[in-house]
Design a protein around this ligand. Structure first.
Ligand code: FEO
Length: 162
């Protein structure tokens, strides 16, 4: 069965959103490098790699289903650098946006009775729960320790282990 045109178009757009996420987290990673917070940078690099894998997963799925793939332009990532906690809050907001986008894809897969795409998307639904929760954890730590001092040094060490 061929994927419905609207679903195929939205899946294509999701590829671009995942690659944009990769760019956003790379930009955050290099900002943390500038601040000499190598653990934070490491966490963001790993996050960026995961986003690349998400984009590739959808790309390969579309190819497998015989749908055309459009490699689109990726916008320059922009974020407010004024505080470390603020950066993670922006990451969380971005993940919430991605979650909505995945939910929308699932809605269309259900509406169009596309069982393989529903199955395919379950992995992404679960992944979004994990993604939001891991960013929330860091925000909670930052709430406890503040944006500087010994606690920040310890958290940086912790994040270097991801
Ligand atoms: Fe691919 Fe962070 O969602």
């Amino acid at each position: 069965m061929k994927i419905n045109d609207k679903l195929s178009k939205e899946l294509n757009e999701q590829i671009t959103k995942e690659f944009y996420s990769e760019y956003l987290y790379l930009a955050m990673a290099v900002h943390f490098e500038d601040l000499n917070l190598e653990g934070f940078a490491n966490w963001m690099y790993k996050q960026a790699t995961e986003e690349h894998e998400h984009g590739m997963k959808i790309l390969k799925y579309l190819v497998e289903r015989g749908s055309s793939v459009k490699i689109d332009k990726i916008d320059e990532p922009k974020f407010d650098k004024s505080s470390i906690k603020g950066i993670f809050e922006q990451a969380l907001k971005h993940e919430q946006f991605v979650t909505k986008s995945i939910d929308n894809l699932m809605d269309i897969a259900i509406e169009t009775n596309d069982h393989p795409t529903k199955n395919f998307l379950i992995w992404f639904v679960d992944e979004q729960v994990e993604e939001e929760s891991s960013v929330e954890k860091i925000i909670n730590y930052l709430d406890m320790i503040g944006d500087k001092g010994n606690g920040l040094f310890m958290l940086d060490r912790e994040l270097s282990k991801r």
